[in-house]
Design a protein around this ligand. Structure first.
Ligand SMILES: [Zn+2]
Length: 143
């Protein structure tokens, strides 16, 4: 039985390994389905209790969109990308940098300055998870 404290504990959505950001995900021990963020019950087979896994630090852009209208806590425009990971899961994340994302492009998970605003300023730091084109320095729009 899962106690209330255990069920409501919120973990960071990633782990840092040697400077690389790896997102937490859940894999169903029954059917192998992977979910990111993890969940308590498998969407595929209904099994309760998924195994925690860490996704690869890089993935490939499946598709993207540029958001021009959003709720007030987001600075627009910003790009959202769907990233496919080797673990057979697709995750939606904001994309850093000023270049337009490209379908099929390799990206890596980074922490930085995201589109969410906190007291009017871009959210920065460990809570802002996003992707950036693999092998390039992230441009955060400063200057
Ligand atoms: Zn399952």
């Amino acid at each position: 039985m899962v106690g209330l404290d255990e069920a409501t504990v919120t973990k960071r959505p990633y782990e840092l390994e040697g400077g690389l950001v790896r997102l937490r995900a859940g894999r169903c021990p029954e059917c192998g389905a992977v979910f990111c963020p993890a969940r308590l019950v498998c969407d595929g087979c209904g099994h309760r209790g998924l195994d925690e896994i860490l996704l690869a630090p890089r993935g490939t852009i499946y598709t993207f969109t540029q958001v021009h209208q959003s709720t007030p806590e987001f600075a627009t425009p910003y790009d959202l990308v769907y990233v496919d990971f080797d673990e057979q899961v697709r995750v939606m994340l904001p994309c850093a940098g000023e270049e337009t994302p490209r379908i099929g492009e390799s990206v890596e998970i980074v922490l930085g300055r995201g589109p969410r605003l906190v007291e009017g300023e871009p959210e920065e730091g460990p809570q802002a998870v996003m992707v950036v084109k693999a092998g390039t320095e992230r441009s955060d729009g400063n200057g």
